[in-house]
Design a protein. Structure first.
Length: 396
């Protein structure tokens, strides 16, 4: 008997525990969560639109703690039913669709005021708004806007506030004929942008033609180099880019300008090539067509001396009645110049001669004339500087 009672007790205990476990796991403790849910608007009548509708509501839900923790915001839908509503202001209840195991505890706000308005379309001309100033001496013709008007659609209340449709052109960036594209701006009477409107086309083209009211002149650019290259280094080449510029001004002011000089470029103690980015110095009332940026490249190279031997000496201005003999018949010269040039110099790069014009028979000492075919080198010394010329009469 006691054994039977104990068996019944343990069975009851197991059943009670099982029921508790079922409740705990199956139903579980409840929890609440708050979601910010996008509001959708359904069944809007044809030809209607809304003015600044509320886009989100706050929804509090309650349910099983374990299940509610896995719910995504997209599982909850908040909407307003606009069926059979006409233009005007309507205070409407927010409807919520949620999984059946959840309970909607609170919606905030629970009602939304919706302003329905008719969609209308109007055509508006486009005005060009200029900012900044053109460079001195330039003017523009009336800009050509294509198309010159746009179709604007939206709520009638917003359409009524339109006071200006414009595009903006910055004149400071324009130096010549140009074609631009721009998005029109739609503004109210206070100059504020109006949002929530659509327009077609969304982009317009502006053609702008530029004319000059001043005379122009093309002049070279001269670098203003100051200082001296020291030691055995020298300037082999100077390159200026751009090397010419177009200037604008009155005729009487342009006629005396033959060139433009850069700002000072200090080259003292340079031992390697360098590029200087500088500006030109503009006289008063003179404008540039191009940007005032000049690149001056200075090529620096070491110099050296060299002796070139076996240079033939020729005789000029010969009298056909005489014989001429010179001693010596060759010479050598010491030259100085850039390493890359000096190393390439050959005896054939020189012309050495003496003039025997008006010489009578006998012995004469004449100075040697010599020129180099390479202008970049300097002749430092001629060895010898004079030669002996013996003149004799030819035998008949």
């Amino acid at each position: 008997m006691i054994r039977k009672k104990l068996t019944i007790f343990f069975i009851s205990l197991l059943l009670a525990f099982g029921f508790w476990l079922f409740v705990t796991i199956g139903e579980g403790p409840e929890s609440e969560r708050v979601f910010n849910v996008n509001v959708t608007y359904r069944n809007m009548g044809e030809g209607l639109t809304m003015l600044e509708p509320l886009d989100k509501v706050e929804i509090k839900i309650r349910g099983n703690k374990q299940r509610i923790s896995t719910i995504k915001e997209s599982s909850i839908v908040a909407y307003i039913d606009l069926k059979d509503l006409d233009t005007g202001i309507h205070n409407l209840e927010v409807e919520v669709e949620a999984p059946s195991f959840l309970k909607v505890v609170e919606i905030y706000p629970s009602r939304i005021s919706v302003y329905l308005d008719k969609i209308v379309t109007v055509d508006k001309n486009i005005r060009v708004d200029f900012i900044g100033s053109l460079k001195t001496g330039l003017i523009i013709e009336e800009p050509e806007v294509s198309p010159n008007k746009i179709s604007i659609s939206g709520p009638s209340k917003k359409i009524e506030t339109i006071r200006d449709v414009s595009i903006t052109v910055d004149l400071t960036t324009i130096n010549s004929d140009i074609t631009l594209t721009s998005i029109p701006k739609i503004k109210d009477g206070l100059g504020n942008d109006i949002s929530g409107l659509s327009f077609n086309p969304s982009i317009v083209t502006i053609n702008i033609k530029v004319k000059s009211i001043l005379s122009s002149k093309v002049v070279p650019v001269i670098p203003n180099l100051t200082g001296e290259i020291s030691g055995d280094f020298g300037i082999k080449k100077v390159s200026v880019s751009p090397s010419i510029l177009t200037i604008f001004g009155k005729v009487d002011e342009l006629k005396n300008i033959e060139y433009l000089q850069t700002e000072e470029i200090k080259i003292g103690n340079l031992t390697e090539s360098k590029i200087f980015n500088v500006s030109v110095v503009l006289p008063a009332n003179i404008e540039l067509k191009e940007e005032n940026k000049i690149s001056v490249q200075i090529i620096i190279e070491k110099k050296m001396s060299k002796v070139v031997s076996d240079i033939n000496i020729s005789i000029k201005d010969i009298n056909e009645n005489f014989n001429y003999k010179i001693t010596p018949e060759t010479l050598e010269v010491e030259i100085y110049g850039f390493v890359s040039i000096v190393n390439e110099v050959k005896p054939s790069d020189f012309e050495a001669y003496v003039s025997v014009l008006d010489l009578t028979p006998g012995e004469h000492n004449l100075k040697i004339n010599i020129t180099s075919l390479k202008e970049e080198i300097k002749i430092v010394r001629i060895i010898p500087s004079e030669i002996k010329v013996i003149v004799t009469e030819k035998e008949e």
